[in-house]
Design a protein around this ligand. Structure first.
Ligand code: ADE
Ligand code: ZN
Length: 326
């Protein structure tokens, strides 16, 4: 359809993408063989078949196993480059990607191996495709704030390559308030701050992310809609929400894509964006997220254009660069 064509050719930015979540089963299999790593799957088909989740934790359990195949700088380079190639095909012009260093350093991979592979690919991706980028280091919230401080210390020699910090992993029972001090330290280092909140967690977690972590952007934020005063505040503050519809469907945050709140968010005046989260696990990159959600909830041409504009407005690009993309 015409709307699908518009989606496919509109320039867009992607603001919520876990690089480790872009590890396609084919690459997982290839890297397992290349690195002589055991994985609990006999085939690519068996990997895909295992991706049937009931909630966030179900997914995370497989996500942390999958990333074990990432061992060398070349692996992180290949992972990142494959994502940039897919993004280029989706007319993505700018990406702000997450990585989970603790998922790697915990199993003995050096921080430098991870970040050097990723940033070399981001540089080559810009030269090859013209895709600009920012890199966001996420703290795993199921681990302690002390572990997050250790990770921030490990990152310090690489601060020129890191633009912000984020907070991800198991949300319920791990409120943003647990990470107030380490986010304060990150702010002092000049880093931007984002946090997953209101994906499975209550609106209170979104309040904490705003008031205690002083976030520049809200990842997911779906459950903010349960709190009218919070919605008003997010609108007034022009807070960007990085919404991930196919992720929400596959993790049972919504039971049907028709029930997805994306259209409602736009109608409320929230600065919502569309993102893939973990495309290798959730069955679609950014254009798939746009197209399937547009069909399910009835997005208009205006909605789609607003969503693409919001992705640049919500980015950490300098204003002149944002203006160039609008
Ligand atoms: N890590 C990777 N994807 C995530 C998500 N959707 N929520 C929380 N942590 C994650
Ligand atoms: Zn996420």
């Amino acid at each position: 359809t015409e709307l699908h064509d518009l989606i496919r050719r509109l320039p867009k930015a992607e603001l919520h993408l876990h690089l480790e979540g872009s590890l396609e089963p084919e690459m997982m299999f290839a890297l397992a063989q290349r690195n002589n790593i055991d994985i609990p799957y006999v085939s690519v088909e068996a990997i895909r078949a295992a991706y049937d989740f009931s909630n966030l934790q179900d997914f995370l359990d497989l996500y942390y196993v999958g990333m074990n195949v990432l061992q060398t700088e070349a692996d992180f380079y290949d992972l990142t480059m494959a994502y940039l190639e897919r993004s280029h095909a989706d007319t993505v012009r700018h990406v702000e990607v997450f990585f989970d260093p603790q998922g790697h350093t915990e199993r003995g991979i050096a921080f430098a191996t991870v970040i050097n592979g990723i940033t070399r690919a981001l540089e080559h991706g810009e030269a090859k495709f013209g895709i600009t980028s920012r890199l966001i280091l996420c703290f795993l919230r199921h681990l302690s704030e002390e572990a997050a401080f250790d990770t921030l210390a490990e990152a310090t020699p690489f601060l020129s390559k890191i633009d912000g910090v984020g907070l991800d992993s198991s949300e319920l029972g791990h409120p943003p308030s647990n990470f107030q001090r380490v986010f304060g330290a990150a702010a002092k280092l000049g880093l931007k701050r984002v946090a997953h909140a209101g994906e499975e967690g209550p609106p209170e977690y979104v309040h904490e992310a705003l008031d205690l972590l002083h976030i520049d952007r809200l990842d997911h934020g779906n459950r903010s809609l349960e709190d009218a005063a919070l919605v008003d505040r997010l609108v007034a503050e022009e807070m960007t929400l990085t919404v991930c519809p196919l992720s929400n469907l596959r993790l049972c945050v919504v039971n049907d894509l028709k029930d997805h709140p994306l259209k409602r968010m736009l109608d409320l005046g929230l600065r919502a964006t569309v993102n893939a989260d973990d495309p290798a696990y959730f069955g679609g990159y950014v254009n798939d997220n746009f197209i399937r959600t547009a069909d399910a909830v009835g997005l208009t041409e205006t909605d789609v254009i607003t969503l693409a504009k919001n992705s640049f407005l919500g980015s950490f690009l300098p204003q002149a660069e944002i203006d160039r993309h609008l």
